[in-house]
Design a protein around this ligand. Structure first.
Ligand SMILES: [Zn+2]
Length: 494
């Protein structure tokens, strides 16, 4: 085989993979937005077939031969193609270890599990979800056995991060954050009742349009839809969709969801053209992705300069609801720190503790130390231990998140890692330029420019650890702890 011929085959393979992904994503988007309620079955059949075909395409022996050939000639390849060969070889080795029938069965199970989970959550009935969760865990234990079992769970989302790394990270956070939360518990809480006045969805939609504009999201390449749970879905760097959920009795939920998902979208839209339709397109890892969404949501979106910049406009969207509120009051309200039950509603400070609970449980489930039937009790015990609160039911407890029903085990830590990466990026950004001058005028273009250069443009061209190093320097969880300590000491006068 000639090298040119091999490169042509490599490009063709990746475009086909892109097409399968695009088809599956379209079905997912449809199912979560406009599809009628009882239509999941047919999409499940189609998704199962697509997953099977994609598996067949990629796991064929000719693909293995092509990738080996390219790897043997890696010294003759440019960085772009060398990285593609490297990434695909890794995926190929992983995938070919899972038998095709198991892979397809798993794809169908995760589709079915979503519906079961939704019903179980609605009823607050863990027993309804238990059998399907047991199947999901059994699959994941089996899959972990096909790889290096000490790393498989987390490496799927964050290559280079293993259990020891995370144990140390969470230990640092526990040591620093738990006392801070205790100290805040002694202090008077700010009044945030005005956030829960009646905010009509129609006005919130217009406010979302404004926020997209502030974020610099081009509506010709990024739309906003409505789903029960907000998410970002990317087709390529010219087509990204974000969603939000309007709670008419809580203005901050959608506001910060839009800024968060907008951060994910900024990342996807900022990836360079060179890597499109290849395995290097898309954000490099979940942790790095979360570093971007959380950067916009918390480090910028919940900062005083940003709130002061947009609050006058916000009052125009919600004149009756916010006329007697000041920017300072709003800033304090959206930074209220208080242990609570629901992860997605948790504040910036207590959020990591929610993640720690899930991390502990996943670790024990996949290592076989915890039986699925004991998940609710363990969940409730850890919430008491870390956050000091009692969980009244499973709906507000272990059934609250969709991740496990979608087969995503080991995903949660990336949220906390992302926050920590973000804090280090901010520290470096402040060293490089004036961050807060422009932000206080509602101008995020410089911030986006910095992130674009240090993180976005690479996509998967660099390893996750190298992107982190590029933007953060050496990873150091104490920087995040310092950031939280400083911010919350000021807010609460500690
Ligand atoms: Zn996110």
């Amino acid at each position: 085989m000639e090298l040119n011929e091999a490169l042509a085959k490599l490009a063709e393979l990746q475009k086909k993979m892109y097409a399968y992904n695009a088809a599956s994503s379209s079905l997912y988007l449809d199912g979560t937005t406009v599809a009628p309620k009882d239509t999941a079955e047919g999409r499940g059949v189609a998704l199962g077939i697509l997953a099977g075909e994609q598996h067949k395409l990629f796991s064929a022996p000719e693909v293995g031969e092509l990738l080996d050939f390219l790897w043997e000639h890696r010294d003759e390849l440019d960085q772009l193609h060398r990285r593609q060969a490297e990434e695909l070889r890794r995926s190929y080795a992983q995938l070919t270890r899972i038998p095709a029938d198991e892979y397809m069965e798993y794809a169908m199970l995760t589709n079915e599990a979503g519906d079961v989970w939704r019903r179980a959550k609605e009823k607050g009935d863990f027993e309804l979800f238990r059998p399907v969760l047991e199947k999901l865990v059994a699959f994941n234990i089996k899959f972990a056995g096909y790889y290096d079992s000490s790393k498989a769970l987390l490496n799927e989302y964050e290559r280079g991060v293993d259990t020891a790394y995370l144990d140390e990270f969470f230990a640092t956070l526990r040591e620093r954050i738990v006392p801070l939360i205790h100290a805040i518990g002694e202090k008077e809480q700010p009044d945030d009742s005005f956030l829960r006045r009646h905010y009509p969805a129609e006005a919130q939609r217009r406010f979302s349009d404004y926020l997209m504009e502030v974020l610099g999201l081009d509506r010709a390449h990024c739309t906003i839809g409505e789903t029960e749970h907000p998410y970002t879905l990317e087709f390529n760097n010219k087509d990204v969709r974000i969603t939000t959920h309007y709670d008419e009795d809580n203005v901050s939920f959608s506001m910060y969801s839009v800024i968060h998902e907008g951060g994910h979208a900024k990342y996807e839209l900022g990836i360079s053209d060179d890597v499109q339709y290849t395995c290097l397109a898309g954000g490099v890892s979940m942790g790095v992705h979360e570093s971007q969404s959380r950067f916009y949501e918390n480090l910028i979106g919940r900062s005083k300069p940003f709130v002061e910049a947009i609050f006058p406009r916000m009052q125009e969207f919600f004149p009756e609801q916010l006329q007697d509120v000041t920017a300072e009051q709003f800033y304090r309200a959206v930074n209220k720190a208080q242990p609570s039950l629901i992860r997605t509603e948790a504040d910036e400070l207590t959020y990591c503790l929610h993640i720690m609970v899930r991390y502990e449980i996943e670790k024990q489930l996949i290592s076989g130390k915890l039986a699925v039937k004991d998940v609710p009790d363990t969940w409730n015990r850890l919430y008491k231990e870390y956050l000091g609160i009692d969980v009244p039911n499973d709906r507000q407890g272990c059934l609250q998140d969709s991740h496990w029903s979608g087969g995503s085990f080991g995903y949660f830590p990336s949220y906390a890692l992302g926050s920590a990466y973000g804090a280090q990026m901010l520290k470096n950004m402040e060293r490089d330029m004036d961050v807060w001058g422009p932000v206080s005028r509602g101008d995020l273009s410089q911030v986006s420019g910095w992130l674009g250069e240090k993180v976005h443009k690479f996509g998967g061209l660099l390893e996750p650890a190298d992107v982190v190093k590029n933007a953060c320097g050496q990873f150091d969880p104490t920087v995040f702890a310092d950031y939280l300590e400083k911010k919350y000491s000021q807010l609460y006068g500690l």
